[in-house]
Design a protein. Sequence first.
Length: 123
Amino acid sequence: MLYSIESGTKIQNIPHKKDYERWMNNLSSNDLIQIEAELNNKIDKNDVNTAGWMPGSDWTGTVFYPIYEACKKNVDQAAMFFGLIVYKVFMDRPEWWSFGEYEVDGRPIGSKTYFKLNNLPVI
């Protein structure tokens, strides 16, 4: 489950839904299952996860490559689609997670960082 600390609410909708659905139409259900499994495997190992760091910089030969193909090999759209898939995976998890946008060495990371909430929010 995904929780917005800023608004104090449970997140139940994906942002940029039209883009998400358009790109999702170009992704096979088998590819999506493999992508979600890989993301959940990575998430299971950490209480803090930064979306942009999860897939690595070269998706060639990975389960994430079909995201790039689903976006007609547009790097910027693939990055956005990947971020939306990550967002949805966190929404669908059984434990509570929140997120924010942070910096490293004074520079914006450029993607959302998700962190597990140990104290469940009251909603």
